[in-house]
Design a binder for this molecule. Structure first.
Ligand code: MGD
Ligand code: MGD
Ligand code: SF4
Ligand code: MO
Length: 749
């Protein structure tokens, strides 16, 4: 193994915080005025609003950043024209200004160097840092081809570096949004309806009469538009059915909470399919006209009765029947929500298929109150020479594995970085932009080995994070409030675009990703692919081809376009061809069959915890996004650490109380770095414990978040891989409690 990169820690002083209130469903997007610097109210007339779209999470709500006369950001509010937010930001979006203000931000480029045998980061000029990154990329390309440089990315910065990588000649790109998030549901829905679900999800919650949530924890998962529509649906009296081993916020608002035994959802879904078919509750016209494989499905689920599922899921047969009837009564205005983070147990594409099949039987795809047909505007491509064709990419390393993977698999890129894995093609260098890999990708050991193996790592981030500790060069990006990015064009009921522009110049020496990518491109001799002065020139060129201009968008922020693709919903009896092999909704998947997978979902038994162990499940807190917000003073003030939820029966058995601290140890003897606070609650089943993801940072430069709470990722060492698309199923890990500090040295008396 090559030089081991020491994780570099630098210490700083602490800082204060400001307050902000919230409650998931009662929150009405108050657009709380968050004074950043100084105090006292300033009227809107005394400020200038600049359009933006939020980068605190991937819902990308469009809003306005208000700047006062002295150039300070006074508030961020939602753009009323924006269908993602309808003028109301979530607490994280409102508190986003904390990202800009964070005094721990990366301030200058940094280069790793060894001083007196100790590795440290030293400040560098942009010129020196960019020259170094370009020369390292070139060196790798000269010896091994440009393909040997991989890009890990997430969020807005990714699009600028993808442009660079395409020009450079590498197609090795991966983001956690696929194999750690929503890949399986896109595979499951594409096999069924011939369409990805995509983001934002085209769930017509606005008009639904029955919303079924399988683990999806809307309310803690704060996807703005969905929460607003769900909150209205609750007020309208729509039926909410939530399947979750934990009484989530959504479950607490539900008519039915089904506290399922974890890892058994497939049995419940199959039993629901059974009831819909054998009680004749399915939409016969819809299925008759649009579906393929009904008879096979009917035969397949014949014995999958609610009584069968009860033995597996612990959900009583009459509840399974009642809830199936509720769904059928409301159909087609019923949504069995596809969820979003669905990499759970390895058979996730198949579970997503079962969800898609249920929606098909209910006739909800393409129906009001079910799923609408989304539409996005296409943004014209700024002219550039043809991109070179890479000689190989991540797919060539798979050897026939994961045939349905449509995006780069992060863990495969990591494995390809480790010579011992003997992949056909090896990755030698990384550029990482906007993803905190050590807290994001399960199996820390794999990440560590990969980071140890590569020749060079460049990280582009806004904050000193766990990932920056592994960098050879760190490039500080400015925050979303200080920069332009590409136009947001996302699918919705009405096609629309949004502009992000700087409301204030970048603080410190930070720079936008578009500029960093262009600078690297020019240094790599790829200037012809970046043939413009700045991004404003690109945006204006594109916008002028879209019936508007940069000038107009700076004033309006969001622009809507008329639909071109037809109606939102299918009309009665309308002929429609689905983008599947058969042109129909495939209840029986010919695509899965062609690849040697089960054409219809089957129940697979997953391991359950042994005595004294509990399944580790995790999720979101409304006031944080993953690990990116834990140091944001506005949000840290609302929640500064996570706790472990423990059922009272279990707490009694272990003699632990709310407020006690314990260490968690998993089945592979991996222990949390820190002790975690216990929260004893009836809201979790006795066979599981729950923690919020995103805490347990290890970077002393984070004056608030460092060492606060614990990382779920550290405990996720058993990965249940999805053989179809490479998803890393993360919920097959079991933990036990340690009441004494396992790291304490024994003292001899
Ligand atoms: N254990 C566990 N792992 C998970 C999950 C889980 O629930 N549990 N969830 C999974 C899911 S659903 C997802 S989508 C992924 C998310 O994975 P990530 O996107 O990696 O999540 P974050 O922790 O938010 O890391 C974002 C990184 O980008 C940086 N950043 C923020 N804004 C900017 C910016 O404007 N520019 C640049 N250059 N950098 C920026 C942040 O400082 C941080 O280092 O994680 C997955 N992994
Ligand atoms: N506030 C906030 N909101 C966010 C994010 C964020 O970081 N912060 N991240 C966004 C992103 S990228 C994503 S992908 C989404 C993820 O949001 P979801 O798709 O809603 O997330 P999941 O992680 O699938 O769901 C977590 C829930 O699953 C339950 N669960 C655990 N095991 C099982 C099981 O075996 N069966 C069932 N039925 N339920 C189970 C947990 O108790 C928990 O309530 O959230 C998005 N919204
Ligand atoms: S849901 Fe909240 S954090 Fe996410 S983009 Fe919208 S305002 Fe920002
Ligand atoms: Mo995600």
């Amino acid at each position: 193994m090559k030089t081991r990169r020491d994780f570099i820690k630098i210490s700083t002083a602490g800082a204060g915080a400001a307050a902000l209130g919230l409650s998931a469903f009662n929150w009405k997007g108050a657009n709380t005025l968050l004074a950043s610097n100084g105090s006292g109210r300033v009227s809107d007339e005394e400020m200038t609003p600049y359009p933006t779209y939020c980068e605190v999470c991937f819902w990308k709500c469009a809003g306005w950043t208000y700047i006062d006369k002295s150039g300070d950001i006074r508030k961020i509010i939602g753009n009323k024209e924006d269908p993602h937010c309808n003028g109301r930001l979530c607490p994280r979006g409102t508190g986003g200004v904390g990202m800009y203000e964070d005094e721990d931000r990366l301030k200058t480029p940094l280069i790793r160097e060894t001083v007196n045998g100790k590795q440290v980061f030293r400040k560098a000029s942009w010129d020196e840092a960019l020259n170094l990154v370009a020369s390292k990329m070139k060196k790798t390309a000269d010896s091994h081809g440009p393909e040997a440089v991989a890009l890990f990315n997430h969020g807005s910065p990714g699009s600028h570096f993808k442009q660079l990588f395409h020009a450079f000649g590498s197609g090795n790109e991966g983001e956690p949004a696929w194999a750690q998030c929503r890949g399986p549901r896109e595979v499951g829905f594409a096999a069924t309806f011939g369409s990805w679900v995509g983001s934002p999800e085209p769930t017509d919650i606005r008009d639904t009469n029955c919303l079924v949530l399988i683990g999806s924890h809307i309310g803690e998962n704060m996807h703005n538009g969905q929460i607003q529509e769900m909150s209205d649906a609750i007020d309208r009296g729509a039926t909410i059915i939530t399947v979750d081993p934990r009484l989530s916020t959504a479950a607490s608002k539900s008519k039915y909470w089904l506290p399922i035994k974890p890892a058994t959802d497939m049995a419940l879904l199959l039993a629901w399919i059974h009831v819909l078919i054998y009680e004749d509750l399915y939409d016969k016209d819809y299925v008759g006209q649009y579906a393929f494989g009904f008879d096979q499905l009917k035969a397949h689920v014949k014995n999958m009765t609610p009584e069968w599922a009860f033995g597996i899921t612990t959900i009583k047969p009459d509840i399974i029947r009642k809830t199936a009837r509720e769904m059928a009564n409301a159909a087609p205005a019923t949504i069995v929500h596809p969820g979003r983070h669905v990499v759970w147990y390895g058979d996730d594409s198949q579970r997503s298929r079962a969800i898609a099949i249920l929606n098909a039987l209910l006739g909800s795809w393409g129906k009001r109150g079910g799923f609408y047909f989304k539409e996005a505007v296409s943004v014209p491509k700024y002219p550039h020479p043809k991109y070179p064709h890479p000689k190989w990419d991540w797919k060539d390393n798979l050897n026939g594995k994961y045939p349905l993977s449509a995006m780069g698999i992060t863990t495969e890129l990591l494995k390809a970085s480790i010579p011992e894995f003997e992949y056909k093609h090896q990755i030698r260098s990384w550029l990482v932009a906007g993803t905190n890999l050590p807290l994001t990708i399960p199996n820390k050991e794999l990440f560590q080995m990969a980071a140890d193996s590569v020749d060079f790592i460049c990280v582009v981030d806004t904050m000193p994070m766990d990932i920056t500790g592994y960098a050879d060069v760190i490039l500080p990006e400015c925050t979303y409030l200080e920069r332009y990015d590409f136009i947001r064009s996302s699918p919705h009921r009405e096609p629309n675009i949004a502009l992000r522009m700087p409301a204030t110049p970048p603080k410190y020496e930070s720079k936008p990703a578009w500029w960093i990518a262009k600078q690297l491109g020019e240094r790599l001799g790829l200037g012809e692919y970046f043939n413009y002065k700045d991004i404003e020139e690109v945006l204006d060129w594109q916008l002028k081809k879209m019936d508007t201009s940069l000038k107009e968008m700076q004033k309006i922020g969001v622009k809507k376009y008329p639909r071109q693709s037809g109606a939102l919903y299918l009309s009665k009896g309308e002929e429609y061809e689905f983008n599947t092999n058969s042109g129909k909704i495939e209840l029986y998947s010919t695509e899965f069959e062609d690849h040697g997978f089960d054409p219809m979902p089957v129940y697979t038994e997953h391991p359950q915890p042994e005595d004294g162990y509990y399944r580790l499940i995790y999720g979101r807190a409304p006031m944080h996004t993953f690990s990116r917000t834990s140091n944001n003073h506005n949000l840290w003030d609302l929640m500064d650490e996570n706790s472990v939820w423990v059922n009272p029966k279990v707490a009694a058995l272990w003699d632990i109380k709310t407020g006690d601290h314990v260490w968690l140890e998993n089945q592979d003897f991996v222990v949390t770095n820190n002790p975690v606070k216990v929260r004893v609650t009836e809201r979790i089943r006795w066979d599981s414990v729950y923690i919020v993801h995103g805490f347990g940072h290890k970077n002393r430069k984070l004056s608030r978040a460092n060492d606060r709470g614990v990382s779920d990722t550290r405990l996720i060492t058993n990965i249940m891989e999805d053989p179809m698309m490479g998803g890393t199923g993360m919920r097959g890990n079991f933990v036990t409690f340690l009441k004494e500090d396992p790291n304490a040295e024994e003292v001899e008396l």
